[in-house]
Design a protein. Structure first.
Length: 304
């Protein structure tokens, strides 16, 4: 008899059950099917993953777009507490929803039919969470209405949050191209538990593969160094497509530096993210002007 460990959400404890051993033939059938599905055929071309977010930079005599987020992968936005990680993700989400070039720097774009953005907040209270989502809607413009869904999962347990995210992907996975999990540590029962780190990072690998989406995760850094917290942070950093760090300016509370720590593409150059008087993030002092009544930009002559 095999012993199987299962977490009971109702009692919030592990249960140990005895299960019949599978026969060697049953095991080999499953492994054979999995092996066939996972085989890589060098004669069969695989398309490059679609880039849904890139950063525009000057390169020689022309401008280049540096790959940042692609479908089928996940990323890590890391930084110490209050470093403006969520502000950065707000700007990125708005850019992807709007499918446009913002600040002559951020370029978002997803194919029609695969252009839904899902934002999942796991840690903030109702008002703070709403404020983030409202900010994204203001920056994205009227296009947000059909292409944006947001959820607050603060009141649920880690295992319940995983189940809800899974169900949301089952419901919207065919349409969703970009998913934000702001507070990935809240999907684990312990950030320093190796088994939990493996479980959550494996979920990210499976979700991005099964639903062909990009998942952006937010992770805190340790107070004394620049590493993501716990075994969970280490596991995610090893498997993600790109690691972006956000560091608060020591002389200006409204400014942070955004850097590429690691990327499978070409690293982008560091830049400054500034929070303006309206509470919106901006880059290089370029402001997105919005009409709060109908979520449309006031000035159509802005270069994005």
């Amino acid at each position: 008899m095999a012993t199987r460990r299962k977490f009971n959400i109702m009692t919030e404890s592990w249960e140990y059950n005895q299960e019949p051993e599978q026969t060697a033939e049953q095991k080999s059938d499953w492994v054979l099917d999995a092996l066939k599905e996972s085989e890589i055929d060098p004669a069969k071309e695989v398309n490059k993953p679609q880039i849904i977010f890139s950063i525009r930079e000057a390169g020689g005599m022309q401008f280049d777009f540096r790959r940042v987020f692609t479908l089928g992968n996940f990323s890590a936005i890391i930084g110490k507490a209050k470093s403006k990680k969520t502000y950065l993700l707000s700007a990125i989400a708005a850019c992807i929803i709007g499918k446009r070039l913002m600040w002559d720097k951020f370029q978002g774009g997803m194919e029609e039919g695969k252009d839904l953005v899902i934002y999942i907040d796991t840690e903030q209270g109702d008002w703070d969470s709403w404020n983030v989502i409202h900010r994204i809607a203001l920056m994205a413009g009227s296009s947000y209405k059909d292409k944006f869904k947001a959820f607050n999962l603060r009141r649920f347990s880690p295992l319940e949050r995983c189940q809800i995210v899974e169900f949301a992907l089952m419901m919207y996975g065919d349409e969703a191209g970009f998913v934000v999990i702001d507070g990935i540590a809240d999907l684990a029962t312990g950030i320093n538990d190796e088994e939990e780190a493996s479980r959550v990072s494996s979920l990210l690998l499976r979700w991005t593969k099964d639903y062909n989406c990009h998942i952006a995760t937010v992770i805190h850094q340790n107070k004394n160094d620049n590493f993501a917290t716990g075994h969970l942070g280490s596991a995610i950093m090893k498997k993600c497509e790109i690691i972006i760090s956000v560091t608060k300016d020591t002389t200006d509370n409204y400014k942070s530096t955004v850097e590429c720590n690691m990327s499978r593409g070409i690293d982008f150059k560091p830049f400054s993210l500034v929070i303006n008087r309206e509470g919106l993030p901006e880059i290089d002092n370029v402001v997105i002007q919005v009409n709060e009544n109908d979520f449309e930009r006031i000035n159509d002559d802005l270069p994005f």
